[in-house]
Design a protein around this ligand. Structure first.
Ligand code: SF4
Ligand code: SF4
Length: 229
């Protein structure tokens, strides 16, 4: 596993498959443990990451570390990567061809190797792309505000879109919104604490409760389950 990821990383470091190689200083590889329950996907390296060749170490990285503190996770327990491995000049939006190229060359393989139970997508562009890949209905940009911080289930994958830490770098008042989005991650650490004595869950064991309900609630966001509260 380590060797396969390391092969992918050395391809990333020398990649020239899209125009972004012309303006980057370094291509930035994913980091963390594999396999991992949680895989975080950010958009692309920022200026500091591009200069230092490390993921989420700039101002967004500091916000990300504060958020990990809030949810009780260490970087060593997760896998973090970017949708695009190279800096976007003038911090412009990612283009569809760049996303498709980088995903099929690298991110797709990283997901196969890391085998995350839960993918956490940072920001609108990453969330929209991953929703498309996993066949989820894509909300409009405005409706994504409602989708952030919630669990979405498709193709055997749990996906949680959250606002990108970079939003706080520009508007510090946004931090509390991010804490709210990320708080679901604490719940997703564990199965529902009522599982052994819950009548509804017993219905599942007797084939009376749909598997998707159980994935979304008993082994998912149990804190929001109507039978929990
Ligand atoms: S963004 Fe991805 S596909 Fe484009 S040059 Fe960088 S590593 Fe290669
Ligand atoms: S999530 Fe809901 S249905 Fe499942 S065990 Fe907990 S309370 Fe019961």
């Amino acid at each position: 596993m380590k060797e396969l990821l390391s092969n992918i990383n050395s391809q990333i470091r020398h990649c020239q498959y899209c125009r972004l190689y012309e303006t980057r200083t370094h291509a930035v590889c994913g980091e963390g443990i594999a396999p991992s329950k949680f895989m975080f996907i950010a958009q692309a390296p920022g200026r500091t990451e591009d200069a230092e060749s490390k993921i989420l170490v700039g101002p967004s990285g500091k916000v990300f570390d504060d958020l990990m503190c809030e949810v009780g996770l260490q970087r060593e327990e997760i896998y973090i990567t970017n949708l695009l491995k190279c800096f976007l000049p003038k911090c412009r939006k990612p283009r569809t061809d760049e996303i498709n190229t980088c995903y099929h060359l690298y991110l797709k393989k990283e997901i196969e190797l890391v085998k995350p139970e839960i993918i956490i997508t940072l920001g609108y562009h990453v969330s929209k792309f991953i929703f498309k890949i996993y066949g989820l209905k894509i909300p409009t940009r405005i409706d994504f505000r409602e989708a952030f911080g919630k669990l979405h289930i498709s193709k055997n994958k749990k996906i949680v879109p959250v606002r990108h830490p970079a939003t706080v770098v520009h508007k510090s008042k946004q931090f509390s919104k991010l804490v709210k989005d990320y708080s679901i991650i604490k719940t997703l650490h564990t199965e529902c604490p009522l599982i052994d004595n819950c009548k509804q869950h017993k219905n599942f064991n007797q084939g009376l409760l749909p598997i998707n309900f159980v994935k979304a609630n008993c082994f998912g966001d149990w804190f929001s389950c109507k039978f929990y509260n």
